[in-house]
Design a protein around this ligand. Structure first.
Ligand SMILES: Cc1cc2nc3c(=O)[nH]c(=O)nc-3n(C[C@H](O)[C@H](O)[C@H](O)COP(=O)(O)O)c2cc1C
Length: 307
């Protein structure tokens, strides 16, 4: 049986529904020795800001049961260096590029979108409205429907590419935030970013991260991601969602696709196995064939919420 792995994400045709998640794949350069970037559904870049950022002090990562905490702090070379060096590299490698953007204000996001509007190598934009590793919690736009919507409005006024809004599960009413950004013009959603967490070195009486708190990722958060995708897909049918959180195998990806994701992204698993993103896609092809399903788009119809 032939299986069609391609998906349409906000009008962009992807070779596979398995993306490399932001911050876990750099700008593709380190990964190019392990896999063909043209075979990846899409490469979501590390979040890029107007100015270069040095990130938070070390230690910035700590392993936790079934996951990890990180407090990288949005280290990136800034949008001009991104356009001068990273983007040409990704384009030459044949990658489908989702540029992840981060700013301190709605205006910053608008300026970033305007800067990238003239870059044909960027196929989609993803707005990082949800990173927990920021000095001012006010920067977590996705905790407030009004602020999140304002960022999306500014971006949509300037952007040429379709726009994904990346939200956080660290809110009481995720559907309200999702509805606000979609009403403001977001073409799709990425669910979820890391969850705010903390770990303590009990032998030295210190936090394990220099920034004290950090973002929890990996298999530990997958049930939260599945719940979020299901809740939002049920409330806003037809809105494309990139399901993200703890995907390491084809079965993990299938879980998110069954509850309504259009595509999935692999984050932390790429640190364990740099080929995870292509191996999950290959496994998904076998999974679909084994279940007699011809395309990924057919999966949500197979999900039965009632037992
Ligand atoms: C080390 C690290 C850095 C990350 N950096 C970013 C980032 O710059 N922008 C962003 O939107 N998400 C970032 N994320 C979040 C991931 O893209 C993803 O949403 C999250 O880790 C959950 O997926 P996972 O469990 O597969 O890792 C980062 C995650 C990790 C582990």
């Amino acid at each position: 049986m032939t299986v069609d792995l391609t998906v349409d994400l906000c009008g962009v045709r992807l070779r596979t529904p398995v993306l490399a998640a932001s911050g876990c794949f750099g700008f593709g350069r380190e990964m190019a020795g392990w896999l063909d970037l043209a075979q990846v559904g899409a490469v979501v870049t590390k979040s890029v800001s107007l100015e270069p950022r040095r990130g938070r002090p070390t230690p910035r990562m700590a392993e936790t049961p079934s996951g990890m905490l990180n407090a990288i702090g949005l280290q990136n070379p800034g949008v001009e260096a991104f356009c001068a060096t990273d983007l040409p590299f990704l384009a030459a490698a044949g990658a489908t590029v989702v540029a992840s953007l981060v700013g301190r204000s709605a205006e910053d996001f608008g300026r970033l979108a305007a800067r990238l509007a003239g870059e044909p190598a960027v196929q989609l934009l993803e707005l990082n409205l949800s990173c927990p590793n920021v000095e001012h919690r006010g920067e977590v736009f996705a905790t407030d429907p009004g602020m999140a919507a304002e960022v999306v409005r500014r971006v949509k006024a300037a952007a040429r590419q379709p726009v994904l809004a990346k939200l956080t599960a660290d809110v009481t009413d995720l559907v309200a935030v999702a509805r606000a950004v979609v009403d403001a013009g977001a073409d799709g959603l990425t669910l979820i970013n890391t969850l705010l967490g903390m770990a303590v070195d009990v032998h030295h009486g210190r936090p394990r991260l220099a920034a004290v708190t950090g973002g929890l990722s990996g298999p530990a958060i997958r049930p939260v991601a599945v719940r979020c995708v299901w809740q939002v897909a049920s409330a806003l049918p037809g809105v494309p969602i990139v399901g993200t959180g703890g995907v390491a195998t084809a079965e993990d990806a299938a879980e998110l696709l069954l509850v309504g994701a259009t595509a999935v992204a692999v984050g932390t698993a790429s640190f364990v196995n740099p080929r995870a993103v292509v191996e999950v896609a290959a496994g998904l092809e076998r999974y679909l064939a084994a279940h007699g399903v011809r395309s990924v788009a057919e999966l949500p119809a197979l999900f039965k919420a009632e037992r």
